[in-house]
Ligand binder design. Structure first.
Ligand SMILES: [Zn+2]
Length: 94
């Protein structure tokens, strides 16, 4: 099993760990939640634009376009960041 190296304290951390054993940094895996939020916003924006460009009888096409954009971006983000690991250092007062 491959270990990770904490960028803050150079401690080797097992890949399944959620906290660094050296400095208590939080270890997070996968894409940041903000990226999914951005994908959702972009999807909503495209859906809104497409919905307005279409005649009323076809406005549901905006929803479909928005969902397609969001789904595509979310899948892309998931694929790109699947192997990403973040060490999020938490500074404690004690
Ligand atoms: Zn550490």
């Amino acid at each position: 099993m491959s270990n990770l190296i904490c960028p803050h304290c150079r401690t080797q951390v097992p890949r399944c760990a959620t906290v660094c054993t050296g400095c208590q940094a939080e270890v997070k895996y996968g894409p940041a939640n903000g990226l999914f939020g951005a994908a959702l916003l972009l999807g909503a924006f495209v859906g809104y634009k497409v919905g307005h460009a279409l005649p009323d009888s076809l406005s549901f096409g905006g929803w479909i376009a928005g969902l397609a954009v969001f789904g595509g971006l979310a899948a892309l983000v998931q694929k790109i960041y699947a192997d990403r690991v973040i060490f999020n250092r938490v500074y404690r007062t004690r």
